[in-house]
Design a protein around this ligand. Structure first.
Ligand SMILES: Nc1ncnc2c1ncn2[C@@H]1O[C@H](COP(=O)(O)OP(=O)(O)O)[C@@H](O)[C@H]1O
Ligand SMILES: CC(=O)N[C@@H](CCC(=O)OP(=O)(O)O)C(=O)O
Length: 260
């Protein structure tokens, strides 16, 4: 039997910080027909608030070292201000959005990232996503909007990379849906040369990925983003793209498509 199509889109901090770009993305996203889920980050906003509060920010390989103070800041920022702003804006565009953390309805369980060389603090690695509740929301015409907060089912909240949440949700939903995963950000795609905004690499497979890492063409947040893309493809997500936020409206523009 043919599976129903599902769009899973993720937007990151640079889009969220740009009021016009965010509003334009959300308007375009609200017009996409059929089942859809939005995941948002907001790392830049959390760093800004941490600076205002005099709390130190440290990122390693695109992930935040999350102290107890950082955890309070990210929960306030992601699950509070940003999630509710995005939900309200989607409601403005007649999308019946529902804002969620992984703790709500126990949808995303995580465990503390184990300490190997680095202790990331209150950073959670996803253990399990419950697709049944998400599916029932979709069946009611609701658009779930997830932020980058998970929990361990024992009362501990965690900070989890939003790209990882998108990949894990897309993978869990793939059992029953034909899922397309879109990572939307401020650039056109993965760039061969970060100084040249038009040097988009249109196709990346596992060989090319390993070459890009060896040549240090990719860095920072692009490292976990690409790993998450391949994790999703390995767990049966049909299509994965990295593209500019306007790709949702105009999908003829140059962007990066991933394959195994
Ligand atoms: N080769 C590359 N192509 C595109 N972006 C890259 C590359 N290498 C590093 N980056 C960085 O990765 C960032 C995207 O990762 P991240 O900040 O996590 O995205 P998001 O805005 O989706 O959260 C880009 O803004 C860019 O600074
Ligand atoms: C563990 C970890 O790094 N979590 C991320 C979660 C937010 C995020 O992913 O935001 P962007 O999508 O805007 O980068 C962070 O705190 O920065």
């Amino acid at each position: 039997m043919k599976k129903e199509k599902l769009l899973v889109a993720k937007i990151g901090g640079n889009i969220i910080e740009d009021e016009k770009a965010l509003s334009s993305f959300l308007e375009d996203f609200s017009k996409v027909e059929g089942a859809k889920i939005l995941i948002h980050g907001g790392g830049k906003s959390a760093t800004k608030l941490a600076n205002q509060l005099g709390v130190k920010t440290e990122m390693i390989d695109g992930r935040r070292i999350t102290s107890s103070d950082n955890l309070d800041i990210v929960v306030m920022t992601y699950a509070g201000l940003l999630n509710k702003k995005i939900v309200a804006e989607l409601q403005k565009y007649n999308s019946n959005a529902l804002g969620l953390t992984g703790a709500d309805a126990n949808i995303i369980q995580a465990k503390k990232r184990s300490v190997q060389f680095i202790d990331y603090g209150y950073v959670g690695d996803v253990v399990k996503v419950d697709p049944t509740i998400i599916t029932s929301f979709l069946g009611q015409g609701i658009v779930p909007v997830f932020c980058a907060v998970t929990h361990d089912s024992k009362g501990q909240l965690f900070n989890t990379n939003a790209d990882t949440i998108a990949s894990e949700i897309a993978s869990a939903m793939s059992t029953n849906f034909d899922v397309s995963l879109f990572y939307c950000f401020e650039l056109k795609g993965v760039l061969e040369n970060i100084e040249d905004k038009n040097s988009v690499i249109e196709h990346i497979d596992l060989n090319k990925y390993s070459q890009l890492r060896d040549d240090e063409v990719i860095a920072d947040g692009m490292l976990p983003k690409l790993q998450n893309c391949f994790d999703a493809l390995q767990k049966n997500v049909s299509k994965v793209h990295i593209a500019n936020a306007d790709f949702i409206k105009n999908n003829n523009t140059k962007h990066t498509t991933l394959s195994l």
